[in-house]
Write a protein that binds this ligand. Structure first.
Ligand code: MF3
Ligand code: CO
Ligand code: CO
Length: 290
């Protein structure tokens, strides 16, 4: 691309006034193939317009999670929570991204106890005291996706389960702290894995975080285990989720063959997950959805 061409990012600015310095910075880095170090593709670098769009979508998504936080309690069925979030997102001009995504039948995911993720809300699933529950919501607004999940503890939860929920939140925060411009993606998984293993927990590897923007799941795949200084270079303008799934027992999972979605721990042990959508800035990160 020539200095006087319009920038590849679609900003309408000349390349020399837009991403030229950025590309030169990337090209000044010596990527080590033995560490699996790779350049981020241009398609995943967000413009100011994209960031504003994801931010707005994130505000609705956060408010939908706040609404769930106010209403989740012992005795409520998970379809009622689904419908609440669904209606709230629609009323605010958004679309619940999960509904019909690859055939997914409901608007949000609600994953209880040994369900790792993708739990399908149902009238028959009633929350009971002692449950640990992940609610994962993704909103599309004006074509932009924002994705986040939180854990909730119902009634009185065992100290062991409570600790899993808290350590998992710490894993997410440590993972996010490792997201730094001009560092590598492997730092994220390394930080999460270390904290989980220190606490004698395991990290699910079959699923992970992801880039997010005009699509639900974009590059890069965010592995929640890994080695420092490996994988994709992190640069300003990338948006990704950090969403570790941490098991009390073994990391192996199985998918329900009947519904094709619900992911359980293979050994029946408890699992927890928290998720935020994060923007990489010049100086660090900004939370776009939590
Ligand atoms: N929100 C989930 C994620 O964090 C994806 C759910 S896909 C669905 O990536 F189809 F199960 F809803
Ligand atoms: Co999610
Ligand atoms: Co996600």
């Amino acid at each position: 691309m020539h200095r006087n061409d319009f920038c590849w990012c679609g900003s309408g600015l000349k390349y020399k006034r837009c991403h030229l310095d950025f590309d030169e910075h990337i090209d000044s880095i010596k990527f080590d193939p033995r560490m699996g170090q790779i350049k981020p593709p241009h398609e995943i670098i967000k413009t100011e317009k994209d960031i504003a769009g994801i931010t707005k979508s994130g505000k609705i998504n956060n408010a939908a999670l706040d609404l769930i936080a106010e209403n989740i309690r012992e005795g409520i069925d998970t379809l009622t929570l689904n419908d609440m979030a669904h209606n709230f997102i629609i009323e605010n001009g958004g679309i619940p991204a999960c509904l019909n995504y690859a055939g997914y039948p409901k608007s949000i995911c609600i994953s209880i106890n040994d369900v790792v993720c993708h739990g399908i809300p149902s009238k028959k699933t009633i929350l009971k005291s002692g449950d640990i529950v992940n609610v994962d919501i993704t909103t599309i607004l004006d074509g932009y996706y924002a994705d986040a999940s939180r854990m909730f503890m119902i009634g009185s939860v065992s100290p062991e389960a409570e600790k899993l929920v808290e350590v998992t939140r710490q894993c997410m925060e440590l993972g996010i702290n490792a997201v730094k411009p001009w560092h590598f993606l492997g730092d994220v998984g390394a930080a999460i894995e270390k904290h989980a293993h220190t606490n004698k927990y395991s990290v699910v590897t079959a699923l992970g975080g992801h880039g997010v923007g005009k699509k639900f799941h974009e590059e890069p795949f965010v592995n929640h285990v890994g080695e420092k200084n490996t994988g994709m270079l992190l640069v300003p303008g990338m948006v990704l989720t950090v969403e570790p799934m941490i098991n009390m027992g073994d990391f192996d999972v199985r998918t329900d063959e009947k519904d094709g979605w619900t992911v359980y721990t293979k050994d029946g042990s408890l699992s927890a997950q928290w998720e935020k959508t994060i923007l990489i800035t010049e100086t660090g990160t900004a939370v776009l959805a939590d």
